[in-house]
Design a binder for this molecule. Sequence first.
Ligand SMILES: Nc1ncnc2c1ncn2[C@@H]1O[C@H](COP(=O)(O)OP(=O)(O)OP(=O)(O)O)[C@@H](O)[C@H]1O
Ligand SMILES: O=C(O)[C@H](O)[C@@H](O)[C@H](O)[C@H](O)CO
Length: 167
Amino acid sequence: MIGRYVLMGVSGCGKSSVGLQLSRVCGIDFIDGDDLHPQANITKMAQGEPLTDADRAPWLADVGRALGRSTSPTIIGCSALKRAYRDIIRSHLPEPVHFLHLHAGQEVLEARVAARVGHFMPPSLLDSQFAALERLGRDELGREIDISRPFNEVIAQSEAYVKETMK
Ligand SMILES: Nc1ncnc2c1ncn2[C@@H]1O[C@H](COP(=O)(O)OP(=O)(O)OP(=O)(O)O)[C@@H](O)[C@H]1O
Ligand SMILES: O=C(O)[C@H](O)[C@@H](O)[C@H](O)[C@H](O)CO
């Protein structure tokens, strides 16, 4: 079985930075799901407008297909905020997919996105990100990682999960 992982969570939770470092320490591939967004979605977010379910559906299918094409263990960063979005990703994969939810309270994320420069996503969209967010259900494969902890601890906890489940 090929280990397939989605690093999920709201804007600024660390999908890119944690994903890249986690892929290095685990020696597995990383895809940034933001690179799969159609330009129309990026433009919409950059203009301060939240994406709708309809905007996200084709992109989530692309994320599922990209993960499904992988022939070796792979991590993909993708917000996957709602259970229905995770269902779309799951529907494109023959095998179980693990969701690692990089999670913290809104105040932690507000400070991080405010400090970030040169990113297309405006901090004003964080309210809508949290409004859409549905945490993992008990029956969903994965783990919630507390990202209020220092970066190295987030990596260590995520790495432990990946190594445990790739056996
Ligand atoms: N555990 C951490 N402690 C402190 N800062 C962190 C931690 N994890 C990530 N960061 C910082 O938070 C910011 C947001 O991280 P990053 O850009 O990786 O998030 P993201 O989820 O990919 O965001 P987006 O989806 O909006 O592109 C970055 O400046 C990153 O360096
Ligand atoms: O579903 C969404 O609204 C998007 O995927 C966002 O979460 C961003 O792409 C990302 O976080 C960049 O800031």
